[in-house]
Design a protein around this ligand. Structure first.
Ligand code: BTN
Length: 247
């Protein structure tokens, strides 16, 4: 299948500034790993790959996407807010993906706390977000399924914009997500009302698998100033959420 390459020049014109630099490479192992290894990278450096050979997901999973079928990119941030508030970075990134998709298509994705972007009545996973930090910088990596066919998706629970009828210019979509990401990062926790409105998790019964093996179940009530999810009176910092469907 012939797929159009990203237009790096047009992207830079659209987003540098506010981003400090933007590079597009045809292939790398992982854009998150590359930026994390770049100790001198300035705040708001962006790296985009047309293909990743070892894309990383949350919880030691992988992220796979055929060349040019989606958007795989990372932004390195050196936030001025205290690290205790960095838990908001994945939430803000999720909002920026929703903003970018809404502004370039007629589709309205939703969010699953902390950082999955869902689309459609069956809540297919449209995009995933991986935030990693070395203490001084935060790297936010986003994988967004754009043109992938059903056969190209890594798991049946994933989806793409094309599978929902949207034909979108990847360059325009990426520029939109980055512009919204910059705006959301300026707002920081002021974006809480928008996050609550876009988040399909809040108000739902959920089951959260925590890394220590425990499971928290209950109604997800809200997120706090550190980006934690309040479930049945308990604050959850990180975990794998399942939206429990009522019988
Ligand atoms: C997840 O849902 O598990 C998170 C997936 C994050 C994937 C993106 S693709 C760009 C960036 N580079 C990586 O290696 N991972 C993130």
């Amino acid at each position: 299948m012939e797929r159009v390459a990203l237009d790096a020049g047009r992207l830079r014109e659209a987003v540098v500034p506010p981003f400090s630099r933007l590079d597009v490479v045809s292939e790398t192992a992982s854009t998150n790993a590359d930026l994390l290894a770049d100790a001198d990278a300035p705040d708001r450096s962006v790296l985009v790959a047309e293909h990743q050979t070892a894309g990383r997901g949350r919880l030691d999973r992988s992220w796979t996407s055929p060349p040019r079928a989606g958007l795989t990119f990372s932004a390195l941030l050196r936030p001025s807010v205290p690290p205790s508030e960095w838990g908001w970075v994945p939430l803000l990134a999720g909002l920026a993906v929703v903003d970018g998709v809404r502004s370039t298509t007629s589709l309205v994705p939703a969010l699953k706390w902390p950082n999955d972007v869902l689309l459609g009545a069956d809540e297919g996973k449209l995009a995933g977000i991986l935030v990693q930090s070395d203490g001084a910088a935060v790297v936010v990596g986003i994988g967004l399924n754009v043109d992938a066919t059903a056969g190209e998706l890594p798991v049946p629970t994933a989806t793409s914009l094309a599978l929902h009828g949207a034909a979108v210019d990847r360059t325009a979509l990426l520029a939109a997500v980055l512009v919204h990401l910059d705006r959301r990062l300026h707002e920081w926790t002021d974006a809480a009302p928008d996050y609550r409105a876009a988040c399909a998790t809040i108000g739902r019964d959920v089951r959260v698998a925590i890394a220590d093996g425990s499971v928290v179940e209950g109604r997800a009530a809200d997120v706090d100033g550190s980006g934690r999810l309040l479930v049945g009176g308990r604050l959850v910092t990180a975990g794998d959420v399942v939206h429990v469907r009522s019988a």
